[in-house]
Design a protein around this ligand. Sequence first.
Ligand code: HEC
Ligand code: HEC
Length: 62
Amino acid sequence: MGWCIECHNKASIDLASSEYYEEMHDRMKDDVRGNEELRRILEDDKITVKEMGGWECAKCHY
Ligand code: HEC
Ligand code: HEC
């Protein structure tokens, strides 16, 4: 499990890989003013799997 978590902490999502991600990213950029959490996520100019919820237990455990 550490192996999964480790990579999700570093790997970023390829936002151009699907229209769904692209649209979501555009919406995030519109919302970013006044939203502290979103600003923190977008600060390093990439969105990791963790930042998209890849550390939530229920993503892998049902
Ligand atoms: C080498 C890197 C890497 C490893 C190791 C890895 N993942 Fe991932 N995982 C990713 C990336 C990158 C994505 C996002 C893919 C995308 O949607 O663009 C992802 C997405 C996911 C998602 C979908 C999350 C969501 O928000 O819908 C699940 C579930 C998942 N991984 C489970 C696992 C499990 C279980 C393991 C370990 C057995 C694992 N991953 C190991 C890189 C990794
Ligand atoms: C990215 C996928 C992923 C996420 C997120 C994840 N797990 Fe896991 N987990 C696994 C996999 C795969 C295994 C089985 C392989 C192993 O034990 O390494 C596992 C095994 C476990 C086990 C039994 C094995 C052990 O090490 O005792 C427990 C307990 C557990 N997870 C708890 C959690 C909790 C609590 C969370 C949330 C904080 C969580 N997991 C989040 C993938 C994940």
